[in-house]
Design a protein around this ligand. Structure first.
Ligand code: MG
Length: 250
């Protein structure tokens, strides 16, 4: 069952999502050579506390960080650590907030002085795939139209599409129905209706689509150790154009 949010519920989600986006952007800005991923986590923790909100990730199935920070060949679920950010790295920062009973989930990938054209292209294509997904998140389409849009962009660019991790419904819980793969044939699955809220999150690899989980039980790596990028927005289905909820306060 895909939940339809009432107007009041959507208003509450707008708030939690705005918080998530604000923290995402602040952490992204703080990424520079020499900082550790744990320092980024501590910064996020401080910002969330100031907002009176909670990290939806901290303690989730035992996850030890407030944010996920995944570096280079790490796809998702990287644990903040003493790892030092270096010039040429890419960092995906994934972050969820719970506030007033609703969750907002968002991610971005930041380049740290990257000059490798392939890596720049990976980032550009992944962001473009998210935009294409959001364009399909409208009333009248079917769920797999979103999936197909990501696949089309990724395949045209020759990127590996991570299949083991997917987008998802979101609301009172971080992970609600349905699952939203980043590949698939169009025109399938449930019809999209106003008030559905989804976390859309293409994860694309420069090389193989295959991934593996590290011995820490969390960090997902590309099998060929080539880089991976991840962008995510929480959106609300609407007529004509989806509403991106994870937009930061101006
Ligand atoms: Mg998510």
């Amino acid at each position: 069952m895909i939940k339809i949010k009432s107007t009041a519920e959507l208003d509450r989600m707008r708030v939690s999502c705005r918080m998530a986006a604000t923290v995402r952007d602040a952490v992204a800005k703080a990424i520079k050579p020499g900082v550790t991923t744990l320092e980024l986590d501590e910064y996020a923790q401080e910002l969330i506390a100031k907002m009176g909100a909670k990290s939806a990730f901290y303690g989730y199935r035992g996850f030890p960080g407030h944010i996920c920070v995944s570096v280079n060949d790490e796809v998702v679920h990287g644990i903040p650590s003493q790892r030092i950010v270096r010039l040429g790295d890419i960092l995906s920062v994934d972050f969820g907030v719970t506030y007033d009973g609703f969750v907002g989930d968002t991610a971005t990938t930041v380049m740290v002085g990257v000059t490798d054209p392939d890596v720049i292209r990976l980032i550009t294509v992944t962001e473009k795939a998210l935009t294409a997904a959001i364009e399909q998140a409208v009333v009248g389409n079917r769920l797999s139209d979103i999936s197909h849009a990501v696949e089309t962009v990724a395949t045209a660019a020759g990127m590996g599409i991570v299949r083991d991790f997917v987008g998802h419904g979101i609301g009172r819980k971080m992970h609600e129905d349905p699952q939203i793969p980043n590949f698939g044939r169009p025109g399938r699955g449930p019809k999209l209706r106003a008030g559905m809220t989804f976390a859309l999150e293409p994860m694309l690899n420069l090389g193989t689509e295959e991934v593996e989980v590290m011995s820490d039980g969390w960090t997902v790596l590309t099998k060929d150790r080539r880089p991976s990028a991840h962008f995510e927005h929480t959106v609300a289905i609407a007529e004509g154009q989806a509403e991106i909820l994870t937009v930061a306060e101006k």
